[in-house]
Design a protein around this ligand. Structure first.
Ligand SMILES: Nc1ncnc2c1ncn2[C@@H]1O[C@H](COP(=O)(O)OP(=O)(O)OP(=O)(O)O)[C@@H](O)[C@H]1O
Ligand SMILES: [Mg+2]
Length: 235
């Protein structure tokens, strides 16, 4: 479904991602783990088309999207929830959601249908449709950016640290929602610092360190790997 081969990302002379390869099969939930600065977000931004690859390739369902811009990537079927959790604060929840449906703006009936489905998944957002997004709690804003990404009707969803900075009860809800999305057949690449919870929902995982992948395997294998904490905490 998503095949990344030898991908590199540089910031000037800083080599943030150093030739990593990873795959996500259809319907799979794959977690990308690693300490702060490991290169996880750089990888996500590059797949999303927000950063240019310095080398390697990104192929989505057989289509080469390595040089695609963000809109082309979304049109190819891949949506991203970046770690910055940006909502348009002065726009209402409903307006924020409709922006996510930009590429389907001529299909209003389809968008209404998708919105109804998302309101079932995120009842809180339904209740707050007409409220400015800037007045939502942190957890609600995270739900909103995920729902907004889903308005693009992606087949693959990239999530960059959706649980970051949220209270444990809200984190629990986010992970439940991720499981629901997986059950619906969505293919997911999940970046997380919350290793235990990420491995609980993931089929497989990769561990990054200093721009490279240092471990990969099933969630079970990664969980039982004695070197995980060393890789993880070692930065
Ligand atoms: N805009 C930038 N300019 C220069 N260096 C950057 C830039 N963005 C990231 N880096 C560097 O690239 C490396 C990887 O950063 P990245 O944000 O991808 O890590 P990360 O794994 O997502 O970390 P975190 O868990 O803290 O979000 C780091 O050394 C970081 O300092
Ligand atoms: Mg990051």
């Amino acid at each position: 479904m998503l095949e990344i081969t030898g991908l590199s990302v540089n910031y000037g002379t800083i080599r943030a991602v150093r030739g990593i390869s990873l795959t996500v099969a259809r319907g799979e939930l794959v977690s990308l783990l690693g300490a702060n600065g490991a290169g996880k977000s750089s990888t996500i931004k590059c797949i999303a088309g927000a950063l240019k690859a310095a080398g390697g390739s990104i192929v989505l369902e057989g289509q080469d999207i390595t040089a695609a811009n963000p809109e082309q990537v979304i049109r190819a079927g891949l949506a991203t929830v970046p770690e910055t959790r940006d909502v348009f604060p002065d726009l209402t929840v409903a307006e924020n959601l409709m922006l996510g449906a930009y590429i389907h703006r001529r299909d209003q009936a389809g968008n209404r249908q998708n919105l109804e489905r998302l309101h079932t998944l995120f009842p809180r957002l339904a209740e707050r449709s007409n409220q400015p997004a800037g007045t939502l709690s942190g957890g609600e804003q995270q739900m909103l950016v995920i729902a907004r990404a889903l308005m693009a009707r992606p087949r693959v969803l990239l999530l960059d640290e959706p649980s970051l900075g949220l209270a444990p009860a809200i984190v629990e809800r986010i992970f439940e929602m991720i499981e629901t999305l997986k059950k619906s057949g969505l293919t997911i690449l999940l970046v997380e610092q919350n290793v235990n919870q990420a491995l609980a929902v993931a089929d497989r995982a990769y561990v990054m360190r200093l721009g490279a992948i240092v471990a990969s395997g099933t969630a079970e294998e990664i969980r039982s790997g004695s070197d995980l904490s060393a890789h993880y905490l070692g930065g």
